[in-house]
Design a binder for this molecule. Structure first.
Ligand code: GDD
Length: 420
């Protein structure tokens, strides 16, 4: 029997996802029509031996309750949300809830960062890990990055012959390797013995410091720095390199990029999810919720997802964008490289346009950059345009590279601005 743990963080994480994370927990933000972490769940349920999925985070349980209920109904497997009493780090929650993970004595369990997107080759990874024998404690999925970008990730050095991790540095300050940690692991239960000694050592330090150990909570453990780094060189941690699609999903801009790739994966894995309705003009890969209304003269795609209850008027043109639930886009409006929030209303003949921040296609292995919001002149760096929930955009305005916070009623055009 196998299990999976998905690390979803909490409200203090995901700030780069604002204003979209203001009205919905970031892990539930829909990408290609499904909440971000439902793609993880779908990858897990492909493995027949996998019997339980535990979501670990510090969001209030109420934020996840309905999602969990829907997932259990849809996939008919055990899915539970376990709430950390405070942010316990990427390893602390796992250790805190170790009894829940260990119950039923799973042979192995997956750990997946909730803020990555990928084609998740879990079966292959599992087979790879099993082939490493009983003493293997952990296998890390890894991918190539550019020399410049690699230090923003966990960097791995491996033994070329047996793929054992010989050296691991989390976000190194100097170059270590271009092989980076994808935040997807296979672990054996033995990892909890290793974590126990880390936990006890940390507790000792915490009490020695009179419980004022900086901002670290008691029980806080960083999986990468405190568990994976020391395991490197012991012959018990391995790396599974993949060349399949993988990206972080940290910023709203990366949601547009992830949307495109998940839609592309639907072509092979879930072709029925892609819009083919003869009454709508669809170009390329498009997801349209069955309860959305699209006027027959609108042209949608490529790489667009339209959420439930959305209403798209005559002559509207949408490309490379995510339109959320109940948004209304009136006639002849153009939406390009943008995220239109829940309940947004865009008037007729408007133009809502952003600038994509995709990885450089000319650089092999380039990942998405997460540029700072503002440049040196205090202006917003060109980015996708984001309309927070229930924003109203009047007819005939142009919104370019702008971020609009929820409930704003705009009265004019904006370019490169955050409208607070
Ligand atoms: N349950 C829980 N509790 N989850 C957490 C916590 C916590 O206290 N802190 C972070 N997470 C979750 C986040 O929501 C995210 O899904 C994942 O753990 C990693 O979060 P970060 O701490 O932001 O790490 P990172 O994304 O900068 O780096 C990690 O991922 C990279 C790949 O995306 C590292 O594992 C890197 O080595 C790796 O390259």
């Amino acid at each position: 029997m196998l299990k999976a743990v998905i690390l979803i963080g909490g409200p203090l994480k995901g700030t780069r996802f604002r204003p979209l994370s203001l009205d919905i927990a970031k892990p539930l933000f829909p990408v290609a029509g499904l909440p971000m972490i439902q793609h993880h769940i779908e990858a897990c349920i492909k493995i027949p031996e996998l019997k339980e999925i535990l979501l670990l985070g510090y969001y209030p349980a109420v934020d996840l309750a309905q999602f969990v209920m829907e997932m259990v109904q849809e996939y008919k497997i055990n899915i539970r949300y376990l709430q950390e009493f405070t942010a316990l780090g990427t390893g602390g929650g796992m250790y805190h809830f170790r009894d829940q993970i260990r119950s039923g004595n799973p042979e192995l369990f997956f750990v997946m960062n909730g803020d990555v997107c990928a084609s998740f080759p879990l079966e292959e990874m599992l087979e790879f890990h099993r082939n490493k024998g009983e003493s293997a404690v952990m296998t890390v999925m890894a991918t190539e990055a550019t020399r410049q970008q690699a230090p923003h990730y966990g960097c791995i050095v491996r033994d070329k012959d047996n793929s054992a991790i010989t050296h691991y540095v989390e976000k190194p300050s100097t170059f270590v390797s271009t092989l980076i940690n994808c935040g997807v692991y296979v672990c054996s239960l033995e990892i909890f013995q290793i974590m126990a000694s880390i936990f006890n050592r940390n507790q000792q330090e915490y009490y020695n410091d009179n419980m004022t150990n900086g901002t670290k909570e008691s029980g806080y453990i960083q999986l990468e720095r405190e568990v994976l780094s020391p395991l490197a060189g012991t012959g018990r941690a391995f790396v599974y390199p993949t060349t399949t699609w993988w990206s972080q999903l940290k910023s709203a801009g990366s949601a547009i990029y992830a949307n495109r790739h998940y839609l592309q994966l639907y072509r092979t894995h879930h072709p029925k999810r892609l819009a083919t309705d003869a009454a709508t003009t669809v170009i390329g890969d498009v997801y349209i919720d069955s309860s959305a209304t699209i006027h027959p003269t609108a042209v949608i795609g490529p790489n667009v997802s339209i959420g439930p209850g959305a209403n798209i008027g005559p002559g509207v043109r949408i490309r490379e964008s995510i339109i959320l639930q109940d948004a209304q886009i009136l006639e002849h409006t153009l939406v390009l490289h943008s995220i239109v929030g829940r309940g947004v209303r865009i008037g007729a003949w408007a133009r809502v346009e952003g600038t994509p921040c995709d990885p450089n296609p000319n650089k092999p292995f380039a990942k998405m950059d997460n540029p700072p919001l503002f440049n040196n002149d205090g202006r917003l760096n060109p980015s996708i345009t984001i309309l927070g929930c229930s924003v109203t955009v009047p007819a005939e305005v142009i919104l370019l590279n702008s971020i609009v916070l929820p409930y704003k009623e705009l009265t004019r055009s904006f370019k490169n601005e955050i409208i607070l």
